[in-house]
Design a binder for this molecule. Structure first.
Ligand code: NAG
Ligand code: NAG
Ligand code: ZN
Length: 422
């Protein structure tokens, strides 16, 4: 999950939106869409009526996925994929293997598959460690942040300044020179608090810090540091930056509150290598009536280099594939093209999605709906775009036709946590 991905998260279960584009011999073409006219935004209520006509088809799909031979299939696919490929950070050999794996698996599944080239960053973590030396010896669990520079081979040893916010850092700017700044910001929400991970290094460098250690962006911890992308501001000195655990951030905060001096030694072997060639992996079922019009389902194939990338975002990738599989297995023929895109290098700032947008922007009006699942494959979140927000009441009405199992979570859209799509 990357906060500013071009294509924001919409649903973690897609297949029902794709009903919009479905038709088979059991379903009479709906009046509003049978003459090749594109539905206008103010015709959402007509679409709602059309969707209601697909109740039987929806039931068929749910039955196949939940009770039928496809039961647990996306889970089995996810397990096989992650067990076989492992994690797959941008630029890695494993990401290449993941793309080959999915290309071959979706082709075998009978889908129309192709690859679209993308140049992607290649950052490598290298060896990394951190240790508190004063007032006592303690190993600190760390994970370097994507795009961070490394330390000199012998590491950086420096006194620590602990702050709870960017404001406090500004107030104590004169104390920061030559120090390792530890950010112990409280967790508010991922969307808000992640600013410390993204910009902490540059903000600290501006006041003369030599490195930053940032409390992981999470409400929970079992001494578990998180990683993620960070952004250096242009023209600001690049200093090494890593996340530490909530426990260690709080520990150093308490010690500092007592007026005691803290010294930490940080060693990071991180490096950025030249960009490499990669691909967005695209699979589709062509629409019979409006093949040029697209309903796009997506997840990202890359992950971080620690863990398995099962939740982030193997699950999103697998359900995007599964939606097409279910429709194909039932012999349903969509009116519009159903397209699954497995993005590359999402974690580095939605690089694959940006490239896809640049390549396809001339045909943007052909994209009826764009979805990305990247918030865990649980209850879906609904995307909010300015257009959708205006249409919310109509959408709500339309969504009333969805089965309870897949009623989306509107809160995400209302809070604006999912800020835009497309
Ligand atoms: C699917 O998973 C559930 C829960 O583990 C299990 O009870 C069920 O037998 C599985 N079904 C198939 C077809 O493997
Ligand atoms: C844009 O749409 C046209 C007409 O459907 C198609 O021929 C062309 O390949 C599309 N371009 C891209 C980049 O997909
Ligand atoms: Zn993700």
């Amino acid at each position: 999950m990357f906060r500013r991905a071009v294509l924001h998260i919409l649903l973690s279960s897609f297949l029902f939106l794709s009903l919009l584009s479905l038709s088979d011999c059991h379903v009479p073409p709906a009046r509003t869409m049978s003459h090749g006219a594109r539905p206008m935004p103010n015709k959402v209520s007509n679409i709602a009526a059309e969707v209601a006509g697909y109740t039987g088809v929806a039931k068929q799909i749910i039955d196949l996925a939940v009770f039928g031979v496809a039961q647990n299939r996306s889970y089995r696919r996810l397990a096989d994929f992650t067990d076989t490929v492992g994690n797959r950070v941008s630029g890695s050999h494993n990401l290449d293997r993941a793309i080959k794996y999915m290309y071959s698996a979706m082709t075998k599944d009978g889908l129309d598959v192709h690859l679209e080239p993308v140049k992607i960053p290649h950052w490598v973590r290298g060896k990394e460690s951190a240790e508190m030396i004063v007032p006592r010896a303690k190993n600190l669990a760390i994970l370097g942040l994507g795009s961070s520079v490394g330390t000199p081979p012998d590491g950086i040893q420096a006194e620590v300044l602990v702050v709870k916010s960017f404001e406090e850092l500004k107030q104590r700017a004169s104390d920061a020179e030559g120090k390792i700044v530890v950010f112990n910001q409280p967790f508010v929400s991922y969307g808000e608090t992640v600013a410390y991970r993204e910009y902490g290094a540059s903000e600290a460098a501006k006041v003369g810090a030599v490195a930053t250690l940032i409390r992981s962006i999470t409400p929970l911890s079992i001494n578990s540091p998180h990683t993620g992308w960070q952004d250096y501001q242009e023209g600001v000195k690049q200093i090494p930056t890593a996340c530490i655990t909530i426990e260690d951030a709080e520990l150093m905060w308490r010690i500092a509150q007592r007026g005691q001096k803290i010294v930490v030694k940080l060693t990071m072997g991180a490096r950025t290598l030249p960009d490499v060639d990669s691909f967005n992996t695209v699979a589709e079922i062509k629409g019979w009536q409006h093949p040029e019009q697209v309903v796009l389902l997506s997840g990202h194939l890359d992950s971080w280099d620690v863990g398995q990338g099962a939740m982030d975002d193997g699950g999103g990738a697998m359900i995007s594939w599964e939606a097409l599989s279910l429709i194909k297995d039932l012999g349903l023929r969509p009116r519009r093209t159903l397209r699954t895109v497995l993005w590359t290098a999402e974690e580095q700032g939605g690089i694959g999605a940006q490239q896809y947008y640049n390549f396809h922007k001339g045909n943007l009006s052909n994209f009826d709906l764009i979805m990305e699942s990247d918030m865990g494959t649980f209850r879906q979140w609904l995307c909010s775009s300015p257009a959708l927000t205006q249409q919310k009441r109509s959408w709500r009405k339309w969504l009333n036709y969805w089965p309870p199992l897949i009623q989306p979570n509107w809160r995400g859209a209302q809070k604006g946590r999912i800020s835009h799509c497309g």
